[in-house]
Write a protein that binds this ligand. Structure first.
Ligand code: HEC
Length: 92
């Protein structure tokens, strides 16, 4: 957790890997502990690899359920590297 905070601070300072998770929390919960809109998996219970796969897959249209369009809008502006970075900060 401390590492995540530090990474977030460094990113804020240097402007890298700047996925704005404040937006995500509106649907997924402060600690990604909720089923977003009642349909998603609990992201906090996923592992890093599956979060990466999900985020990059939503961007490329290769992953997701009936509401994947919602997530595509959230991630399409980020690079794969940014999505991999944020996946590490969301789960242990
Ligand atoms: C408007 C509400 C909303 C916002 C904002 C949002 N999500 Fe989601 N998220 C969803 C929904 C709904 C799903 C399930 C979509 C589906 O596959 O049908 C989902 C799915 C996911 C999944 C995969 C979970 C699964 O069920 O496989 C991850 C990981 C995720 N979101 C991360 C994020 C991140 C990171 C952000 C911010 C950049 C974000 N979400 C912003 C609603 C949202």
């Amino acid at each position: 957790m401390k590492k995540a905070v530090l990474a977030a601070l460094l990113c804020a300072i240097y402007g890298i890997a700047s996925v704005n998770t404040a937006v995500c929390k509106g649907c997924h919960g402060q600690n990604f502990e909720k089923k977003a809109l009642g349909v998603s998996q609990v992201v906090a219970d996923m592992n890093v690899t599956s979060v990466e796969t999900a985020l990059i897959g939503y961007k490329n249209g290769t992953y997701g359920g009936s509401m994947k369009g919602v997530m595509k809008g959230q991630v399409s502006k980020y690079s794969d590297d940014e999505l991999k970075e944020v996946a590490k900060t969301l789960v242990k």
